[in-house]
Design a protein around this ligand. Structure first.
Ligand code: GUN
Length: 291
């Protein structure tokens, strides 16, 4: 039987585990604060940010949301980040990606205070992650590590294939897999759009992390029997539904589950874990900023 990896259940556990730290901070008069900043009219981004704000409310984190008109000058975003950096009640700052084209993305990543960079995207934090001294692990790869841990999937000595080389998922995932630490020690391959023979790699993998943003690109034929399959894709494809679309992963679930030993669904797999680890990083940031 293929095991279904339930991200909602593991995320709930992580939120519950956070309560102790949130209470300890409350005893010291501190309520963790997370600012989300959205400068985009992408409906998916709007949904993600509103879910992140709802999560904050549920666990006792102060959510602050700043929305900037997509046509506004980039300076408005840079000024917003400066203000949030200076605000002692804001412990974490997340600028939802992608940002509109007039904005210099690299400047945004550099300008968030590294101690408030709960995404782990600031160059200093990327460097620390690569050096094995992470301050904040990026939320999606960290969430995937937690999913693997909760399901007893051994990474040490495993062949891990990461499909996709984004700064948000693929690269940090590969970096975590190669670290000399309990949820690392995997032999790691990163595949991407120029990989000559993707299936030749995925068929050797004990763990496949699909994060390329291509709907249903990985099917059961491309997997090793019993592999653990983690699907990061959340692709909106046209469909005859009320909303006019449906969400599909980067993995063809029906086909892949015939071969996989364990697999995450979309939705309800990686997505809730990304959100849970954002809460985790925010509480960690609030604790670290107390002196
Ligand atoms: N866009 C897609 N995933 C993420 C994420 O984890 N953080 C931010 N800031 N933007 C995203």
């Amino acid at each position: 039987m293929t095991e279904l990896i339930d991200g909602n259940a593991v995320a709930e556990q992580i939120r519950t585990d956070l309560q102790d730290s949130i209470e300890t901070l409350a005893d010291a008069g501190v309520r963790p604060g997370l600012a989300t900043v959205l400068m985009s009219d992408d409906p998916a981004s709007e949904t993600y940010v509103s879910m992140k704000q709802r999560d904050c409310e549920e666990v006792g984190i102060e959510g602050i949301h700043v929305e900037i008109d997509e046509d506004a000058p980039a300076q408005e975003l840079y000024d917003t980040i400066d203000d949030l950096n200076a605000d002692p009640e804001v412990h974490g700052i997340l600028v939802q990606m992608p940002v509109v084209e007039q904005v210099d993305k690299r400047r945004v990543l550099r300008s968030v205070d590294p101690e408030k960079d709960v995404d782990g995207f600031h160059p200093e934090n990327v460097g620390r992650l690569v050096a094995g001294d992470a301050r904040f692990k990026p939320c999606t790869p960290h969430g995937i590590q937690k999913l693997l841990e909760h399901h007893g999937v051994e990474t040490e000595g495993a062949e891990a294939v990461v499909v996709g080389r984004s700064d948000i998922v693929g690269k940090p995932m590969a970096n975590l897999f190669v670290q000399k630490e309990p949820l690392g020690n995997a032999t790691t391959t990163v595949c991407h759009s120029r990989t000559a023979d993707l299936a030749a790699h995925t068929r050797e993998a004990d763990i496949v992390v699909a994060a390329a943003g291509v709907p249903e690109m990985i099917d059961g034929e491309m997997l090793k029997e019993g592999a653990t399959v983690i699907d990061v894709g959340i692709n909106r494809v046209d469909a005859d539904t009320e909303k006019g679309y449906e969400l599909v992963g980067d993995v063809d679930f029906e086909s892949a589950k015939e071969t996989a030993g364990a697999i995450t669904p979309v939705p309800g797999g990686v997505g809730p874990m990304t959100r849970a680890m954002l809460l985790y990083n925010t509480v960690k940031a609030a604790g670290a900023q107390q002196g």
